[in-house]
Design a protein around this ligand. Structure first.
Ligand SMILES: Cc1ncc(COP(=O)(O)OP(=O)(O)O)c(N)n1
Ligand SMILES: Cc1nc(C(=O)O)sc1CCOP(=O)(O)O
Ligand SMILES: [Mg+2]
Length: 231
């Protein structure tokens, strides 16, 4: 096992983050929208209005505390909406559910299974993402296992999930400098605190609470993210 500190560009080269320049061939950073942890049947219209207000490249159905049958029933209209808008539809946690729904992909945490098994079940076109916390080692393992993106977080405090890892933004630039698959930044991201992560190299910012819990409303939040991302 490689010690993560041995891979830390800031330890090897303290000026790394200041000199980081995004490869112009990489697409600009985009929004990866994550559902609230609980939704009802009206969420489809709420999501449609949010997507009307500002673009998202991907949407993850991340529902907690209900079984796969209940998730499948809620998923169908949302999945159709995403297909109509060309928004990649990702299912959290469950390869079996992603397969059953014919989702565009699955997001796997470190305890949610091996990306190789997910690939075998979902096929070559599936988008498979892997949680890598603050670990360069986990990200390289995920890349070797065929992940289509790696996710680092939690960059900021969040009430959406109990988190134990806090990466430095420079992990994003380290990844994009060395590897082709996109990297996702997640955890407590708002329009106000997103710019340093975008500047550090994030290919996607993944956001839940800052959209669905914004006191100004979902549409205002989506517009604010669109402005920050230059859409
Ligand atoms: C894009 C993205 N990144 C990280 C996570 C977290 O996944 P996981 O560690 O499995 O935790 P839960 O989301 O299942 O609570 C994610 N879902 N999406
Ligand atoms: C689902 C999730 N995963 C994280 C990780 O660090 O892997 S942080 C997080 C919560 C994302 O929601 P919000 O934008 O409301 O903070
Ligand atoms: Mg999970």
């Amino acid at each position: 096992m490689i010690d993560d500190d041995e891979l830390d560009p800031l330890a090897l080269d303290p000026g790394f983050a200041d000199r980081f320049e995004r490869d112009p061939r990489r697409p600009a950073c985009q929004l990866y929208l994550i559902s609230p942890p609980a939704i009802d049947a009206g969420f489809r219209d709420r999501l449609a209005a949010a997507l009307d207000a500002g673009p998202a490249r991907a949407f993850q159905l991340r529902l907690k505390g209900i079984d796969d049958h209940a998730i499948a029933a809620l998923a169908e209209p949302i999945q159709r909406l995403c297909a109509d808008r060309e928004v990649t539809f990702i299912v959290n946690d469950s390869v079996g559910l992603a397969k059953r729904l014919g989702a565009d992909g699955v997001h796997l945490g470190q305890d949610d299974g091996d990306p190789r098994d997910a690939r075998a079940m979902l096929g070559p076109q599936a988008q498979i993402g892997v949680t890598c916390h603050d670990s360069r080692h986990l990200a390289m393992e995920a890349g070797e296992a065929g992940a289509d993106y790696v996710a680092f977080g939690a960059f900021y405090p969040t009430s959406t999930k109990d988190t134990r890892h806090t990466p430095e933004p420079s992990i994003l630039g380290w990844w994009t400098t060395l590897f082709e698959p996109p990297c996702v930044a997640i955890g407590g991201i708002t329009p106000a605190n997103a710019p340093p992560l975008i500047a550090a190299g994030a290919d996607f910012i993944a956001v839940s609470g800052a959209v669905w819990n914004d006191p100004q409303g979902d549409a205002a939040a989506m517009k604010a993210f669109a402005a920050v991302l230059g859409h």
